[in-house]
Design a protein around this ligand. Sequence first.
Ligand SMILES: [Zn+2]
Length: 295
Amino acid sequence: MKKWMICLMVLVLLGFGVTKFKASMARTPQDLASPLQIDEPYNVPDSHSAVEGLTVDVTKEMVYQGDLLLVNKDHPVPKGLHPESEAVSLIRNAELIDGFGVLDNKVLLSPRMADRFATMVQAAGEEGIDHFLISSGYRDEQKQDELYRQMGSRLALPAGYSEHNLGLSLDIGSSQAEMNVAPEGQWLKENAWKYGFILRYPDDKTAITGIQFEPWHFRYVGLPHSAIIHENGLVLEQYMDYLKEHKSVSLTVQGHNYHVFYYPVSEDQTLQVPAHGKYEISGNNMDGIIVTVRE
Ligand SMILES: [Zn+2]
């Protein structure tokens, strides 16, 4: 065989190997020391057909409920939600504080978010990163209004338009240094997605979010959404567009196969979802719902 042909074959094989490697990296992030425990918000399907997949009844109200609600200057926290009913003072519920500090007794959070956060900082602690400090969690509208007046529209949002009013966001600091230089900030930037959290206001997305870089503000969206957002370098606004455009996305994260579907919803209806497994539903706070199926 001619030398150039052998060279060509080697190049083709190498190219194939690299493409395969990239595909497997993109679809199955496996760099976790231990698989994440996802506790079970998932519904067990009642009807199940091998051909059609899941049958799911949805209502229009579901557009305004769930962990994926987009809240920003154009989309306020839906009126029917009452996150304040779940928020508790962490300092007054010390059993929820596990491996992190809390700024003061005004820091409110739902036990569910405190638990998610504790799981994440435990993993960081195993890598020697252990000076996390929560400075803000859930805020009521009055508190948000005060902040908005003090800080202005580049750093805060009006009452009802902040993710802090939704109860799914946390301002996380380090007791050692500012978050943009602290090891805690770097660790979260690289690893928070594995635990369902995203850096909500990155420095290269200010034109989309309308909020300046906030290395301390993390939002819970849950897996596999945080993985898709991180992997594709998106912010939540873009992820909502991405789902509408793709309609369905399948991926494997930490050994679980997920299928994510977007459906526009303007009335109560029954959906046939072409996948099998446990599922959960979240609205997008605009015009549709996202069904997440875990096989
Ligand atoms: Zn914040």
